[in-house]
Design a protein. Sequence first.
Length: 161
Amino acid sequence: MRIKSAKPTIVEADMTPMIDMTFQLIAFFMIVTNFEQTQADERIKLPTDRLARPPLQARETEVVLNIGFLRNSDGSKADPNAYIFYGGDPIPVLDYGPRLKREYELSKRQYGEEKAKDITVVIRADSDVPTGLVQELIKMGQESNFSKFALKAKSGEDGAE
């Protein structure tokens, strides 16, 4: 009786699922890590200005305030009053002072008093928000001990923030 010798077979792993998973992870992280838009609210329609430009140096710490209007699906204002959108909740602009004070106190505890003074309050105001309301918000920020403020606008040339 003859015994057939079996040649050892080399088992190769199918790499196709691994490659598919890698591309899915790349796509996932590209969507999730959009750093510039993390604190932007799509309900805010920024004004356009030719002189608008990004900061020369990235800010280390900032508080972003989105001021706008509640709008209908067609883009028209559902309410004539301006709101600050905080975590999805609309808060009337003039009622936001206590939250700014609390934000400063939390920043002071987290970073220390010296670093808390360097926090920039970035205001992303809808182009229809009255200038006086933005000035009132800056005044509330100053009363809450914030001293640095920045306004966001879209560049008139390419439409970028």
